[in-house]
Design a protein around this ligand. Sequence first.
Ligand code: AMP
Ligand code: MG
Length: 399
Amino acid sequence: MLTLLEAREAIAQRLVRVQRTQKVRLADASGRILAQAALAQVDNPAFDNSAMDGYAVRKSDLANTRSLKVVGESACGSAPAALEPGTAMRIFTGAPLPHGADHVFMQEEVSVRDGLAEFPSGNSADPNIRHRGEDFSQGETLFEPGRRMSPGDIALLSAAGIPEIDVWDRPRVLVFATGDELVAPGNKLRPGQIYESNRVATILQLQALGADVTDGGTVRDNADEIRTTLRDARDFDFVITSGGASVGDHDLVKGIFAELGSIEFWRVKIKPGKPLAFGRIGERTHFFALPGNPVSSLITFKLFVEPALMAWSNTPFLEMKLNAIALNDCQRVPGRMEFLRARLQTQDGQLKAEVLRGQGSHMLGTLRNTNGLVQVEADSNGFKKGDAVIAIPLTLYID
Ligand code: AMP
Ligand code: MG
């Protein structure tokens, strides 16, 4: 059985990273991974301009007087005339600074009567000018390859005059659940049946990471049905299944993956989530057979599938691990690395972790209060209230 790190290493070794790129328009670029550096097409600001609504002057013209005649105007989108010596020009935020001007007084500081502007005495320190190229300059590398583009990043590209970018293709992923007991919500449960819940979560987790997901539905624990569902497996970058990855008589998924390709490993020394298979089919396809227990499914996705997708997409994976103080005791038997569902909170600027009741890997209800995990090392026999623990936040919202 591999440790978490060994299993991740084994995945990294066998991963075939994406090679295909495509061009996308900015409006379609959110969440996509940049494949080529993006270079600014223009300086930003593109020209010296005013940071305020006010009056542009030549500072030296105010050496002996406090008032100047207002001549002309510079508004956004216009190209103003040069500033005539001994005059001030009306100017607005973002409008080009007229040639000759070196200072803008904000209009709140200026009183204007009969076309004559009266300026404050004393030094107004900030010239209120935004200089050409002070943000970035033409030809500058704005983003290196591997960047996952956020809406803010895309605003920057747009401001830099870039209409489209080269991104890596999205991973094509086939997802299906297996289990004779599984029924979709909306149907009446017959004896022994349960409602299926893993598939929708896996699909949504994948979509949030930018994957192009095909829903293969829920399949019986029947070898032929599973083989049929996998007939086009080689057209996908990843196949992710739920259930049937363990050692029971009806756990067929692992065996069928072994028929179609090669299994790299199928057990990891973690709790929850021990029965987890990873491998490859052909030159393109990776598979993960995730455990059927709903919490195991969610956690193994987070621990293995997410980093694998990041690596496949040539983008860095950053696992956020924070130091927290335990709010309760936790006793356990050493053996596997454990991930406990926890409620993270801040108290006086200090991160605290409350390990929640109901840690069974079938217990979805606990997820209502879960906003993070506490990671416990394999050889640990637990911790006491007040001890330092490692917390992995699952959401950005921690109260
Ligand atoms: P398995 O990994 O197939 O042995 O399933 C382990 C446990 O998870 C069993 O209690 C299954 O009923 C349950 N389970 C398997 N697949 C799902 C699923 N897609 N949704 C909800 N529960 C599941
Ligand atoms: Mg099963």
